[in-house]
Design a protein around this ligand. Sequence first.
Ligand code: SF4
Ligand code: SF4
Length: 330
Amino acid sequence: MHCSSPFTTLHVHSNGFIPCCPAWFTNPEDFRVDGVFENPWDAWNHPKFVKLRQMWLDSDSSGCKHCIMLLAGSKFMDEPRHWMKPVMERGPRDVVFANDLSCNLHCWSCRSKPIIEKQQDRVFKQTYSILDTFHESIEYMSTIGSGDPFASPAWLKILQTMDMEKHKKLKIELFTNGLLIPRYWDSISHMHDNIIRIKMSIDAVSKDIYEKTRLGGKHKDLHKALEFNSKLGKEFVLNMVVQSENFTDVPLVCEKAIELGCNKVNLTMIRFWHQMRGGRAKFDEVNLARKDHPKRSDFLKMLKDNEELLKHPIINEDMILPDGHKIINF
Ligand code: SF4
Ligand code: SF4
C-alpha cells in the first residue's frame, strides 16, 4: 500500500509547508517544514518530506495515524509509480494554499476576533514564488483554506492579475465563505474557464443559527450568494461543520443544496482548532462526538429522523454518522 500525496501535494501555510492536513499525522511536527524559503525546491525536497516519502515507499503508514483517508478505508495504490522518489525531480502537482488568515467573517470556531493580515506583501510574494517556480508541474490549486480569497487583499490581487497564459491548464478551486463572490466575480473573468469548483463553507442556512455561528455574516447576503454562486456553471460544493449549536440545521442545509442543484455537501464534525474562541473548553461544550454531550441524543435522533435525506447521493455524511459508523473523534 502506498500513498501518493507526499509526492504530489504541497500545502502552503504562511510560515511553512506540509503535505497534508497537519491533524492527520501521528505527530505533525515530524512532517511540518517551518520557515521561509527563497527557493521553494528546498521546501519541497526538505529532509522531513524526504523521510515521509521514504516511509510510504516502504509501505509504512505509522506517521499517518489520524489520516481521514486511512480511517475511512480509502484505496491506496498497490505499487508506487516510477517517478515517486524520496527526492522529487518534479514539482508538486496539487498546491493547497492556506497562507493568509484574512477573512470578512470571524466565526467563533475559527478565530477570536476579525483578522485582516498586515503582511500582505509577504502573502503575495510567497504565493507568486510557488506559482512561478512550479508552474510546469502545478495542475491544480485550492485557495484559501485559512481565510477567504476575496477578503485577502493579496489573494484578491493575485486572482485579478494572474497571468493565465502561463497557467493555461491550471484547475482552480475557490475555497470561500462565498459572500464576496457576487461582488468580485466579473473582476476575475480571465480565469473563469480555469475555475472548476466553488467550495463554500456555510455551516447553517437559518437566520438565527447562521448569524450566530458565522459572525459578521448576514443571512440575506448568504442567500444572495447561494443563488449567485449556484448559477455559475461550476462544481458547487457546500461545507458544513457540525456541532451542538448548528446540528438542527443539517436537514435544512441538505434540502437547500438539493434545491440549488449543488454537486456535493460535506458534513463533518467540528475539530479542535487552536485559534477557536473559548479554546478547549468551548470545543468540549459543542463537540457532539463526546458520548456524554447533553445534546448527543437529540443529534442522533436528528440523524435517525433524516436517514433518507442523508442518503441522497450529493450528501457526504460518512463523517458525522454515529457509533457503528464513523463519528471521527480526534
Ligand atoms: S496517508 Fe494521509 S496523512 Fe499520510 S501522507 Fe497520505 S494523505 Fe497524507
Ligand atoms: S469563513 Fe472560514 S476562514 Fe473565515 S472566519 Fe469563518 S471559518 Fe474562518
